[in-house]
Write a protein that binds this ligand. Sequence first.
Ligand code: NAX
Length: 332
Amino acid sequence: MAEPINVVVTGAAGQIAYSLLYQLAAGSVFGPEQPINLRLLDIPPMMKVLDGVVMELQDLALPLLREILPTAEPAKAFENVAAAFLVGAMPRKEGMERKDLLAANVDIFKVQGEALDKHARKDVKVLVVGNPANTNALICSHYAPSIPKENFTAMTRLDQNRAQAAIAARIGVQVDKVKNVIIWGNHSSTQYPDVAHATVALSSGVKPVPSEINDDEWLNSTFVETIQKRGAAVIAARKMSSAMSAAKAAGDHMRDWWFGTKTGEWVSMGVVSDGSYGIPKDVVFSFPVAIKNKQYEIVQNLSISNFAKSKLDVTSKELEEERAEANNVLKK
Ligand code: NAX
């Protein structure tokens, strides 16, 4: 059996981590042959809660889970980590403006970027879940200059999973019959869920999703808005934000990064833009990516309609604004 790898989860006492940690310990992300040492980072007031999480992890009695280290010190949490789930972030409080939220998170992701730079493995794979996830990933990467930019990603997999499930329900097929749904842009209400290149496997063969649904009005408005606002709908019903589905999506994202995607299939990830599809460079933008040997590549040459282009413009403009606000905070 392989040597254990160190995996850090931040916000480890929170609700997403509570579902994520089981998946990690059970081997459903890094595989059944890969033992792990868990590094659990949270803030000092949460250490007692974290002790309870540690007890539960011990009581899982899972053989792949070796050491468990609960800590409030980034230097310890990031020591020699091969994978990082950055879940912890400052939540928006009543009366807080977006600017204030961004400012609080810039500070957190600066500290964690510096800790990754100093203490993590240089090939560490970083997944930022905490919001605003795309811009947090950008800040984190900026403060970890010794780690390649490609190693920092933001999660839009939950949006992808939501979109895939909504399309499967509309057509009336199992969710795994639907492939290559894309989430473009920011993990926010400006994201663009796009099925122009998606396919569905039916008993009559593999068909394009748009012609199978054959209702542009539904696809361009109802579907797009439902996915954009799905997080808010969960909060309205549950009085808490998505946690089980967010944790599952974080596992999906990292597993695909670790083990790769199947030929001809792609997944969506927020990655540092290289200018593909005319998106400004140096924002973390969700693109379709194909993954091999733990390296992703942005899927190229997909046709983009004028409608899609207008949606991509809106979400990239929002990301440029977030980047400008973050830079303002950092200059102060
Ligand atoms: P919780 O409030 O349950 O947990 C967050 C945890 O982070 C808390 O235990 C808190 O003490 C900790 N924390 C705060 N600052 C920290 C720091 N500097 N270092 C380490 N830990 C710190 O939130 P939860 O529901 O788990 O959500 C976590 C984050 O995920 C939020 O920012 C949320 O907005 C974001 N989400 C992102 C999603 C995505 O698709 N990218 C979807 C789900 C979720 O909304």
